[in-house]
Design a protein around this ligand. Structure first.
Ligand SMILES: NC(=O)c1ccc[n+]([C@@H]2O[C@H](COP(=O)([O-])OP(=O)(O)OC[C@H]3O[C@@H](n4cnc5c(N)ncnc54)[C@H](O)[C@@H]3O)[C@@H](O)[C@H]2O)c1
Length: 309
């Protein structure tokens, strides 16, 4: 039986991945220091997994965690543009040094493949709104840069050392369990919790900026495919739905689902934010057999229901 390591397994996406692996009967080890994640996210499978509570910046702990591991899903990172603008050094240390530690340890432990959580933010503000993997990256924030450097390190480790890596550029993943309590939280949980509390959701800028909002089950599906697909070592793939919605449309959709007539308020645009982001998912379809499993409206309904329960 294969043995999987999920870094950041107590986080939003990582915890969904951990539960999917456990459901398939796989052996799973989780590595997390619970900076932004919570042990309670995987509480219902806690007796079926191994848990290493440690920091990605600690190379000895990372080396210990990869011992005996076949496949690594590297989700662990500090995942916010705004946090990275406020404190670029800590984001750099965790996202770049942590990823390098993980790659070195995985190489030395003969891990079969590392699947890396990359980010669509690597594209930055390119005039072309549809982002395909052959566009040159243009990161617009320290966070975006760190995630892109992680990708480059993955490719270098494949080329230099033969460690198989696959990078998945996630486009605005959302779903149950996503943190809504921090000023660094993503827009969907922030909007839902605003409506829940009878407060006006805050829209940064004019709200016409758009994103390819992607339900978390699609990201899990892409990870599982990327882990075992043949002939894709060193490749980078977009993971999105291939549909876009503006922030204004999103606020309206969520407001309708929550039967709220509270109107959003408009505040100053966020530094480092990109204007439009839409995934071209043809490469993932062709080489991974990826197809989005859950569309935006269905995903939003499930997410709203989770927050309401
Ligand atoms: N959510 C999105 O839309 C999105 C988009 C693009 C990329 N990503 C990437 O996907 C991954 C998961 O993101 P998420 O949304 O689930 O965020 P999250 O914050 O819920 O998960 C990140 C996890 O990493 C852990 N972590 C942070 N620093 C650590 C450290 N020093 N040592 C060990 N663990 C540490 C956190 O505690 C958390 O559990 C991240 O790598 C993020 O950059 C997410």
């Amino acid at each position: 039986m294969a043995h999987y390591l999920v870094t950041g397994g107590c986080g939003f996406i990582g915890s969904h991945l951990v539960k999917a692996l456990v459901k398939r009967g796989e052996r799973v080890r989780v590595f997390d220091n619970c900076t932004t994640g919570k042990a309670e996210n995987i509480a219902d499978v806690a007796d079926k997994i191994e848990f290493c509570s440690a920091d990605l910046q600690d190379i000895d702990a990372v080396s210990q965690a990869v011992e005996g591991i076949d496949y690594v899903f590297h989700q662990g990172a500090l995942p916010s543009v705004a946090r990275s603008v406020a404190d670029p050094i800590v984001t750099n240390n965790v996202n770049i040094n942590g990823t390098l530690n993980l790659l070195v340890a995985s190489r030395d432990a003969d891990v079969k493949r590392v699947v890396y959580a990359a980010s669509s933010s690597a594209y930055g503000n390119r005039p072309k709104s549809i982002k395909s993997e052959d566009l040159p990256p243009n990161p617009a924030s320290p966070y975006a840069l760190t995630k892109y450097v992680g990708e480059c390190y993955c490719q270098i480790f494949t080329q230099l050392y033969g460690l198989e890596t696959v990078a998945l550029r996630y486009f605005n993943i959302f779903g149950p369990g996503q943190d809504s309590s921090s000023s660094y939280s993503a827009v969907i949980p922030l909007f839902i919790s605003a409506y829940l509390n009878g407060e006006a959701p805050k829209i940064e800028g004019d709200g016409e900026q758009s994103r390819d909002f992607t339900y978390v089950a699609n990201a899990v599906h892409a990870n599982l495919l990327a882990c075992h697909a043949e002939g894709v070592a060193g490749e980078v793939f977009n993971v999105g739905c291939g549909e876009r919605a503006s922030i204004n449309q999103l606020a309206t959709l969520i407001g309708e689902m929550m039967e709220s007539d509270t109107k959003p308020v408009y505040v100053a645009p966020r530094p480092g934010d990109v204007r439009h982001s839409l995934a071209d998912i043809q490469k993932a379809k062709r080489l991974l057999g990826y197809e989005p499993q859950v569309d935006l409206k269905t995903g939003l309904r499930r997410t709203v229901d989770w927050f309401l329960q």
